[in-house]
Design a binder for this molecule. Structure first.
Ligand code: UDP
Length: 236
């Protein structure tokens, strides 16, 4: 069957955890290259791809008990930059053009985020990676993905995770957990489903941003998702 994308522009949110592969920490190079290959495949079909990367494979601000929260969050933002540079390297290694925009200025390694420039780069077929989240503590990279989807006028967020869909409760802990194939933003917020934090979920709801949650661990899923196959949970 030939692959026919139904979306023109997407924001792929890759959690930091997903980059760690089977390890619990850091970057698994095989996983990293696998993800880069999937991005290349959909980009080759003309889909414009913006990427927001998490940092949970290195650091999460909120799990730190002792440190000042804002400082802990800045460390988290730096973690997302490490992942952004690693992804950039892997994607460029496959011959694609990329740009990393950072929400926190670090001119030597990434360009500062400029919306119109990012839109132009996407139009030219570059893979644009948005690092450092929103640039503000107390937020998450899911919120950054929601913002970037709105600012880039993307068709939807591809929420690539280690888990394959949204469940009523953690399926690893509860055998009776129900898997959802479709949900509304309202469901996510009211049932407190933990797909994304409530700030990100309400931003998506208020701006009508669709989200497709799926597992990045299965090869070919990014292609399936851009071709409109529901391989996880569709939130509309
Ligand atoms: N972070 C932040 N502001 C943002 C995005 C991220 O302060 O706009 C920090 C926060 O500490 C967060 C960490 O960066 O815990 C890593 O991001 P996130 O937890 O969203 O990564 P993921 O869980 O998707 O790997």
């Amino acid at each position: 069957m030939s692959n026919k994308p139904i979306y023109d522009k997407v924001i792929l949110k890759v959690s930091g955890e997903a980059l760690a592969g089977d390890k619990n920490f850091g970057i698994d190079e095989k996983t990293l290259i696998g993800i880069a290959k999937e991005i290349k495949e959909v980009s080759a079909l003309g889909v414009k791809v913006g990427i927001v990367v998490g940092g949970g494979n290195f650091w999460r601000g909120r799990t730190n008990q002792q440190m000042d929260r804002a400082t802990a969050d800045y460390i988290g933002m730096l973690a997302t930059m490490m992942n952004s540079l690693a992804l950039q390297d892997a994607i460029e290694g496959l011959g694609l053009k990329t740009r990393v925009h950072s929400a926190v200025e670090m001119m030597e390694i990434a360009e500062p985020y400029v919306r119109r420039r990012a839109i132009n780069q996407l139009e030219k077929g570059y893979i644009v990676i948005f690092g450092a989240g929103t640039g503000s503590p107390f937020f998450s990279t899911d919120t950054a993905a929601a913002l970037k989807a709105a600012e880039m006028d993307a068709d939807l967020i591809l929420l690539a995770k280690k888990i394959d869909a949204v469940y009523s409760k953690d399926p690893e802990l509860h055998s009776d957990a129900v898997k959802y194939t479709s949900l509304t933003h309202g469901d996510v917020l009211e049932k407190n489903l933990g797909v994304m934090d409530s700030t990100a979920a309400s931003l998506c709801r208020d701006n009508g941003i669709k989200i497709h949650v799926f597992s990045i661990r299965e090869k070919g899923n990014v292609m399936k998702a851009v071709c409109g196959e529901n391989i996880g949970t569709l939130i509309t």
